[in-house]
Design a protein around this ligand. Structure first.
Ligand SMILES: [Zn+2]
Length: 335
């Protein structure tokens, strides 16, 4: 038997016993080393999951334990990270498997695109950052930014921090992070933000105009920021960006917005702005692994818990002031 985290109703998380999985001909089984707690995990727990007894967890690293007869691209012993949505597996996102488990069945791993090898030198708990890093990276890739651009990132949770780390990796050095949590802003600085603004103490638009300069629009001063990444989930950020952004600026929304946002498309039209959405990962998932190999993103992980303390981990992850990524160490023997 193995342990497997499942949601059993709103706020109810169980560490259940499950049968050890056996791979079908096209499947692989991964012995999981570490799995991060995502903002969406917190949401799933609050809403009681998608369907009955939903397996949770999708940000994981581990080692291939076994593969089916038709799997030629993977072998037991290979260290890997997972693309949870590939091959329609939806691991930890409503599919029949979840990553907070000792052994994970990855269906149709033979397709390729599900599991990606990682270098031996990359520790498992850092490798598990590939998934959230991929989300922040995709947001940056969709924003049309180049070295020399001035960028503002709203929200310095794990996705905003991932965007900041990617911007630094891409040679974009003038990045301002805006958040309400001093702890998160410290992390933003550690990961490469040039300056930070605590929006509970300072008006971000006054500060952005100081840091990025001003650009006139019909005589009115707009912020000189070239591009915005919205990773906060606060509707007001979108309204404010459209109002304060300069002409030809870009906005990418990667945060989950539950509420409709009332915006002026007059601004979008007059400023010839580009607005994009960003979800999931870069076309090449392994790009996040490569970045993790180039840069030490360990400051992003602020909490680590063993699997038995998953509920505590989820509670910490639901507190925006707690810090960065909560990592669950599932098996420290898997290296
Ligand atoms: Zn995630």
């Amino acid at each position: 038997m193995i342990k497997q985290v499942k949601i059993h109703g709103p706020g109810k998380v169980g560490l259940d016993d499950a049968e050890k999985p056996e791979p079908g001909p096209r499947d692989a089984v991964v012995r999981v080393a570490a799995c991060g707690v995502c903002g969406t995990d917190v949401r799933y727990v609050r809403m009681g999951g998608l369907g009955r007894a939903m397996p949770l967890g999708h940000e994981l690293s581990g080692i291939i334990a076994s593969v089916g007869a038709e799997v030629s691209n993977l072998k037991p012993g290979i260290r890997v990270v997972l693309n949870p949505t590939a091959s329609a597996n939806m691991i930890g996102n409503g599919g029949s498997e979840g990553g907070f488990t000792q052994e994970l069945l990855v269906r149709n791993a033979a397709d390729g695109g599900c599991l990606f090898p990682i270098p031996d030198a990359l520790p498992m708990h850092l490798a598990a950052l590939s998934e959230p890093l991929g989300v922040g990276m995709n947001a940056v890739d969709r924003t049309d930014v180049a070295p020399g651009d001035k960028v503002a990132v709203f929200g310095a949770g794990p996705i905003g921090l991932s965007a900041i780390a990617t911007l630094r990796d891409r040679g974009i050095t003038d990045v301002v992070a805006i958040d309400l949590s001093p702890r998160r802003l410290e992390l933003a600085s550690a990961l490469g933000a040039r300056a930070t603004v605590n929006a509970s103490e300072q008006d971000p638009w006054v500060e952005l105009k100081k840091l990025h300069g001003e650009a006139a629009l019909m005589g009115a001063p707009m912020a000189g920021t070239d591009a915005y990444i919205e990773a906060s989930g606060a509707g007001k950020v979108i309204t404010d960006v459209l109002q304060n952004a300069k002409a030809e600026s870009r906005l990418t929304v990667v945060a989950l917005h539950d509420q409709s946002v009332n915006v002026s498309f007059l601004w979008v039209m007059m400023k010839q702005m580009t607005i994009r959405g960003a979800m999931e990962y870069p076309a090449d998932y392994s790009e996040a692994v490569q970045l993790l190999t180039r840069w030490d993103l360990s400051p992003m992980i602020t909490h680590r818990f063993p699997l038995e303390r998953i509920s505590e981990g989820i509670e910490v992850a639901s507190d925006p002031n707690a810090g960065g990524k909560v990592m669950i160490d599932i098996d420290l023997e898997v290296r």
